[in-house]
Design a protein around this ligand. Structure first.
Ligand SMILES: [Cu+2]
Length: 160
C-alpha cells in the first residue's frame, strides 16, 4: 500500500504596497474626455483641417480662421513655433478656468488629455474635435502666465 505524503509549503508574502494618495491636493475636474463644447473623436471623422501655430508672442495663429457650426468635426494640426512649452486646450470658459487653477497648483505637470495637448518647442501634434452644444468655444494655453498674456482665442458656434 502506497502512502504519499505531501508536503505543502505555503509562502505567505505579506507585503502590500497600497497607493498613496496625497489627500486634498488633487482635483480631477479636468479629467474628462468631453466638455460642454464637444468631445474628441477619431481622425477619420474630420471634415475640415485647421493648422494652428503656437507663438512665443502668446498668440495662436489659425489657418484658416476657425468658424464652426455645432456638429462640425475638425482636425487641428498644432505646431509649436516658439522656444517655450505651450498648450492647446479646448473647452468653455468655466472648464478653462478650472484647468488653469490646476496648472497653477502643479506648474511642473505636463497636461495631456482628450481636451488638451502640450507641445515642446518644435513639436507638432494633432487633435480631432467634434463641436457640440451652444457654449462659446475657448482655445487656451494654460501654462502659467500665458492665458493672462493673451494666449486665448474665443469662437462662437454658429447654429445650423
Ligand atoms: Cu503658451
Amino acid at each position: 500500500m502506497a502512502y504519499k505524503k505531501r508536503c505543502v509549503l505555503m509562502a505567505l508574502v505579506g507585503l502590500w504596497a497600497g497607493p498613496l494618495f496625497a489627500g486634498g491636493d488633487h482635483h480631477h475636474e479636468h479629467g474628462s474626455e468631453s466638455s460642454k463644447v464637444g468631445l474628441t473623436v477619431a481622425d477619420s471623422e474630420a471634415t475640415a483641417t485647421i493648422h494652428v501655430n503656437m507663438m512665443d508672442s502668446m498668440r495662436y495663429e489659425f489657418s484658416p480662421e476657425p468658424n464652426f457650426k455645432s456638429g462640425d468635426v475638425v482636425t487641428f494640426v498644432i505646431t509649436n513655433k516658439g522656444k517655450m512649452l505651450h498648450e492647446f486646450s479646448i473647452g468653455d470658459e468655466k472648464e478653462q478656468i478650472s484647468h488653469r487653477k490646476m496648472m497653477q497648483k502643479m506648474p511642473d505637470m505636463v497636461h495631456e488629455d482628450g481636451n488638451t495637448v502640450s507641445l515642446q518647442p518644435g513639436e507638432s501634434k494633432s487633435l480631432t474635435w467634434k463641436f457640440t452644444g451652444d457654449s462659446e468655444v475657448v482655445f487656451a494655453c494654460n501654462v502659467p502666465g500665458h492665458f493672462e498674456a493673451g494666449m486665448v482665442h474665443r469662437v462662437t458656434l454658429n447654429h445650423k
